[in-house]
Design a protein around this ligand. Structure first.
Ligand code: UTP
Length: 277
């Protein structure tokens, strides 16, 4: 029922300059696999096979990654090296990839609105590939947890986690009432609040399920913090007129948009994925 996942991937990734000068942040690898491929795999594990990617200038490597490289494949055909392309070939076979470009980087809300042309009038997932999420073996991946919750509640859902109080200014933060274990009905939503103004320490991370009325709301939402169109402002409107849930997912998130988080995620992927293959 959730058929498409939107990947806003147009940001400049300034924290990784100069690496991101001509290479998309989403193509930075955790060992040997780019961040966005982990994201696509998580979406597929949630039963989604329509990958809708919002790119921008300098992001063509993403399109090339999810396509066949004839010359390379011809070169390594019949050798042991072919095995290294098995996973990506599978994704190319079972998913469809569509792209649109955000011409001006006016914020995450604007990137999501830019993706409307790829999504249409249906509920959809949003995955920020720079948040890398992992779960214990046997546990559902984070996006699958959210799709299952959507099947029950049929409203927009944001993934949340508790962060240290003095770090609220890095996140969108919700305030709300816990309706079921780990499920909060959102009453407040503030983008990057100072700790003194934060309604809680429940921070939004890069996984969302959104109902398509969000596009009409985004269209009339004025620019917010930093002059950018904020998805949190639009979600606050949606929460006022309808229902938005915050979901404390099971699992662990690495903020790969920051250098420290990226290093931690790299070590994790090396120990738990790469070495175990
Ligand atoms: P970030 O706030 O991490 O910004 O965006 P950034 O540009 O990627 O990185 P820094 O802060 O300069 O290092 C969060 C997500 O929203 C997307 C980004 O690609 C990232 O996945 N985004 C942000 C867009 O697609 N368009 C925008 O205008 C802004």
């Amino acid at each position: 029922m959730i058929r498409k996942c939107l990947f806003p991937a147009a940001g400049y990734g300034t924290r990784f300059l100069p690496a991101t000068k001509s290479m998309p942040k989403e193509m930075l690898p955790l060992v040997n696999k780019p961040l966005i491929q982990y994201g696509v795999e998580e979406a597929l594990a949630a039963g989604i096979n329509g990958m809708a990617i919002v790119t921008g200038r300098g992001k063509r490597a993403i399109e090339d990654h999810f396509d066949i490289s004839y010359e390379l494949e011809h070169q390594i055909a019949g050798t042991s090296k072919e095995a290294a392309l098995k996973d990506i070939r599978h994704l190319i076979n079972v998913c469809t990839f569509s792209y649109t470009r955000q011409v001006e980087m006016k914020g995450l809300g604007h990137a999501i609105l830019t993706g409307e042309t790829l999504i249409g009038n249906e509920p959809f997932a949003v995955l920020l590939a720079d948040d890398y999420c992992v779960t214990e073996s046997g546990e559902d991946p984070v996006l699958l947890q959210m799709v299952k919750l959507y099947q029950k509640y049929r409203c927009s859902i944001v993934a949340i986690e508790e962060v240290p109080h003095d770090e609220t200014s890095k996140y969108g933060v919700i305030g709300g009432v816990e309706e079921a274990p780990g499920v909060y009905r959102v009453r407040q939503m503030v983008e990057k609040p100072d700790p003194a103004d934060a309604p809680s320490n429940l921070a939004i991370i890069g996984r969302y399920i959104l109902t398509p009325d969000i596009f009409d709301i985004l269209r009339v939402t004025p620019p917010g913090r930093n002059g950018e169109l904020q998805i949190t402002d639009a979600l606050m409107t949606q929460a006022t007129y309808g229902r938005v849930l915050g979901f404390k997912f099971k699992g662990r998130r690495f903020d790969c948009g920051s250098v420290e988080g990226f290093i931690d995620a790299t070590n994790y992927a090396y120990q738990h994925i790469y070495k175990r293959k």
